[in-house]
Design a protein around this ligand. Structure first.
Ligand code: AP5
Length: 218
């Protein structure tokens, strides 16, 4: 299974990528998670990425393309992968195509998650994340058992810097300008599957499982 999850910030790509990766035993490659890890570790790359991320802007293509190529070469991708948040520009999509072609691979599917703008803003502004294990919660839709505490590892939950309202606005604008053209790009290549992601996490997961079932590892 080699799939891309495409969609605006907050549509639920990461939530579903976690579930699909666990269910089908494939790797989840989230450029957002990789970049946040680099920021936490204060690597050179992380220090460069932080300003872009806090403002809701895209990190330069060369940085994320390098990160993803490194991950794709890892043995954990042998069963396949879900790419969450990559590609986000046409250049990134072209480079992904070339990297896969060099391994005589192609993408199976690109799932385009769709939710109204109103719901996206609600999902993002209510999101709380665990800074230690990266688990994601929501103050209304996915409450932790103890308010403000991660169910998995007991760490206090935080709000991401880029889930502030001004950064959310920038992220949505950046999505419209730089990432939305990928819908056409992948549709032209007959890879796109639209996904109504407005239902509950379980309902979306059921729909997604049906779309991806032809590509499961046997
Ligand atoms: P990234 O982390 O990828 O952010 P994003 O694409 O903006 O996506 P999000 O993580 O915000 O949303 P999501 O769709 O995964 O939703 P989630 O499942 O969490 O990127 C962050 C930054 O890194 C970028 O702004 C950029 O600076 C940089 N970056 C990353 N990739 C890059 C790239 N390729 N190129 C350049 N720069 C890059 O859900 C959101 C909330 O909703 C959660 O609280 C969740 O609990 C809740 N929720 C989920 N599903 C449902 C549901 N069905 N019903 C109700 N609530 C739900």
């Amino acid at each position: 299974m080699r799939v891309v999850f495409l969609g605006a910030p907050g549509v639920g790509k990461g939530t579903q990528a976690d579930r699909i990766a666990a269910q089908y035993q494939v790797a989840k490659i989230s450029t957002g998670d990789l970049l946040r890890e680099a920021v936490r570790s204060q690597t050179t790359l992380g220090l460069e990425a932080k300003n872009y991320m806090d403002q809701g802007k895209l990190v330069p293509d060369a940085v994320v393309i390098g990160l993803v190529k490194e991950k794709l070469a890892h043995p954990s991708c042998a069963n396949g992968f879900v790419l969450d948040g990559f590609p986000r520009t046409v250049l990134q999509a072209e480079e992904l195509g070339k990297a896969l072609a060099s391994k005589t691979m192609t993408l199976d599917r690109v799932v385009n998650f769709q939710v109204s703008r109103e719901d996206v803003v609600r999902r993002l502004s209510g999101r709380r994340s665990c800074p230690k294990c990266q688990a994601t919660f929501h103050v209304d839709f996915a409450k932790p058992m103890v308010e403000g505490i991660c169910d998995r590892c007991g760490e206090p939950l935080v709000q991401r810097n880029d889930d502030r309202r001004d950064a959310i606005e920038t992220r949505l604008k950046v999505y419209d300008e730089q990432t939305a053209p990928l819908v056409r790009y992948y549709d032209d290549r007959r890879l796109l599957s639209p996904m109504d992601a407005s239902g509950t996490v379980d309902v979306v997961f059921q729909h997604l499982s049906k779309v991806l079932s032809p590509y499961r590892v046997t």
